[in-house]
Design a protein around this ligand. Structure first.
Ligand code: TTP
Ligand code: MN
Ligand code: MN
Ligand code: MN
Length: 366
């Protein structure tokens, strides 16, 4: 009916950090398909392909309405030949053979199951798959020696693969605030990651901790973690100074995505109200929680860097480098033309330095 009336052309800027991307997605079928191909590429050591699919999906997420025909997409950025073919198949046939065969493939399913174990990255999963290990049962029976993270990941597999709700994130926030107040009055806790962007569920809960007096953040992490441990809140914890020397596992990240903040990857034990009518006797669940400590002088950069989404962060750095000759990290913003750092005490100031309109967290869901 009057289809042609709705043949609007869309227009969006090239970089995700120039766009406002809320959680309201009018093209979820298309973006889910492209995200699945992105995930498959990332799990298969094809980072470039993964980013291309993520960028294409992000453009569709930013559209003000559903795409009904390919002509509407003319002139849009980041939509490569491959992504357009997938979109065309779905618009014309309701599904893409490539997406569906990937979704059904034993290899992809095995990669998903095995990398669903906390502490297992794509390289390890691939190695196990080559040995014929496709399931948790096969992994348990293989007799492989698992490291401490992987043991905890396997033990709490179901809990850690169940989405964390906003209510659970709030309950964990209370615990983290209690811990920080107990060991360092005056220190401040900020919820970051997906929950700061307004997501209703997440795969973990992310916190940034700082102290308004520079230097007073030193030694904070070990005190907070000791308090949490002594109160029985931790099922697993590992503190590191430098994350990416650690992450030989996960997909390779560009150097700028890595930061040197003291951080602690944990698994929390969260008391749970028993669901009415449930036969379960377990009264708690496991939840992944990331704690990061930043000096106040770097707090704005850390906050921006840890709020995400991952693609939004990547696009901010690409914008900084390609359009402004600046290097942005979770610690600082360096201006290569002026050969100096730009100071900032708020996210707003960082966007201003970058010549970008401020995008609030709820609109960084690229
Ligand atoms: P995540 O917790 O992985 O992602 P998320 O909170 O957006 O989504 P989810 O709901 O699934 O948890 O990462 C949060 C942000 O932290 C992300 O934008 C990038 C940043 N980050 C780093 O800067 N360095 C790192 O090593 C990691 C793992 C994340
Ligand atoms: Mn809308
Ligand atoms: Mn998160
Ligand atoms: Mn996280």
């Amino acid at each position: 009916l009057f289809q042609w009336d709705y043949e609007l052309m869309f227009s969006v800027p090239s970089y995700a950090c120039q766009r406002r991307t809320t959680l309201e997605n009018h093209n979820a079928v298309l973006t889910d398909a492209l995200s699945l191909l992105a995930e498959n590429a990332e799990l298969s050591d094809q980072e470039g392909r993964g980013v291309a699919f993520r960028r294409a999906a992000a453009v569709l997420k930013a559209l003000p309405g559903p795409v009904t025909g390919l002509t509407q997409l003319r002139g849009l950025p980041c939509l490569g030949e491959h992504s357009l073919r997938v979109i065309k198949d779905i618009l014309e046939n309701g599904a893409s053979d490539e997406v569906e065969s990937t979704r059904q493939s034993e290899h992809f399913k095995a990669l998903k199951v095995l990398t669903g174990i906390f502490g297992v990255g794509p390289k390890t999963a691939e190695r196990w798959i080559r040995e014929g290990i496709h399931s948790l049962i096969q992994l348990r029976e293989s007799g492989h020696t698992l490291n401490r993270a992987q043991q905890a990941g396997l033990l709490h597999y179901d809990d850690l693969n169940r989405p964390v709700t906003r209510a659970e994130a709030d309950a964990i926030t209370e615990v983290v605030v209690r811990a920080v107040v107990a060991v360092a009055p005056g220190a401040e806790v900020t919820l970051t990651g997906g929950f700061r962007r307004g997501k209703l569920t997440g795969h973990d809960v992310d916190f940034l901790i700082t102290h308004p007096e520079e230097g007073r953040e030193e030694g904070l992490m070990s005190k907070v973690v000791s308090w949490l441990r002594s109160q029985g809140f931790l099922l697993y914890e590992k503190t590191t100074r430098n994350s990416y020397l650690e992450s030989t596992e996960g997909p390779a990240r560009p150097a700028s995505n890595m930061d040197r903040f003291e951080r602690c990857l944990t698994i929390f034990k969260l008391d749970e109200d028993q669901r009415p009518g449930s036969e379960e006797t377990k009264l708690w669940r496991a939840v992944r929680v990331d704690l990061v400590v930043s000096p106040i002088s770097q707090f704005a950069f850390a906050l921006l860097g840890w709020t995400g989404s991952k693609l939004f962060e990547r696009e901010l750095r690409r914008w900084a480098g390609h359009e402004k000759a600046m290097s942005l990290s979770s610690h600082a913003l360096y201006d290569n033309n002026q050969s100096r750092y730009h100071r900032a005490t708020s996210e707003e100031e960082i966007f201003a330095h970058l010549g970008l309109e401020f995008v609030p967290p709820s609109e960084r869901n690229a």
